[in-house]
Design a protein around this ligand. Structure first.
Ligand SMILES: C[S@@+](CC[C@H](N)C(=O)[O-])C[C@H]1O[C@@H](n2cnc3c(N)ncnc32)[C@H](O)[C@@H]1O
Length: 213
């Protein structure tokens, strides 16, 4: 996913009250909400998935992480529009922009309940395997911040990335809780669709894995 750099949109994102720039600010928010569970989406894109989840579960905190500031600026714009149109305010939803490989520089040990990875970039070339969000280096980083028995929920339409992720998670020693080879055919599963899922599910199956540390 690419987005044009728009200085005005970036400025508006930086002024948004639920755009969080640094560790101290996010830790202060977490401290204020001690009794709540914290769910992260990494690579949240334009934020449709995490916005919906946070609205369905206002008792807990949702934090979307996106590497690309221009994409996050679009997510902020969309959230503002959504809140205006629906006369609502999602106080339990925060956005951050940083590389997930630095997750443990933002969050403490044992803080996160579950991490969602939705339609992560497949990086199909072998030489780029380390950039895949299910690579062992990222699994290490998730482990540092997840609670004991914390989970990762991973969805993709990319068969290559799905196969790679199974092997990477298996080699890491994660416990497989659920695997779906065609998620949309499992009618009894709770599922919130992402932007990519809506776009690509007409062309083939959606794969899903839930693993536990
Ligand atoms: C293919 S998009 C999917 C967006 C959204 N999750 C969806 O399903 O519609 C993948 C997103 O992950 C972000 N991303 C890639 N590597 C990342 C990293 N290391 N840390 C945080 N975000 C990352 C990209 O910038 C991109 O917006």
């Amino acid at each position: 996913m690419r987005a044009r750099f728009n200085p005005k949109a970036i400025e508006q994102m930086q002024e948004f009250d639920r755009y969080i720039k640094d560790k101290d600010t996010i830790q202060a928010i977490i401290e204020k909400n001690k009794d709540k569970k914290i769910y992260l989406e990494i690579g949240m894109g334009k934020g449709e998935f995490i916005t919906k989840l946070s609205e369905l579960d206002k008792d807990n905190l949702y934090i979307g992480v996106e590497l690309s500031p221009p994409i996050l600026a679009i997510a902020v714009k969309k959230l503002k529009k959504y809140e205006e149109e629906n006369n609502t305010r999602l106080d339990n939803l925060y956005f951050m922009s940083f590389d997930a490989i630095e997750l443990s520089s933002m969050f403490n040990e044992n803080q996160i309940e579950r991490i969602y990875l939705n339609f992560s970039d497949p990086w199909p070339k072998k030489k780029h395997a380390k950039r895949r969000l299910t690579n062992a280096k990222f699994l290490d980083e998730y482990k540092k911040v997840l609670k004991e028995n914390g989970q990762i929920e991973f969805k993709t339409d990319n068969r290559g990335l799905f196969e790679y992720s199974i092997i990477s998670m298996q080699n890491y020693g994660l416990k497989f809780i659920e695997i779906y080879l065609d998620l949309h055919k499992s009618t009894d599963v709770f599922n919130v669709e992402t932007e990519y899922e809506k776009k690509f599910s007409p062309f083939g199956p959606i794969y899903k894995i839930i693993v536990e540390y």
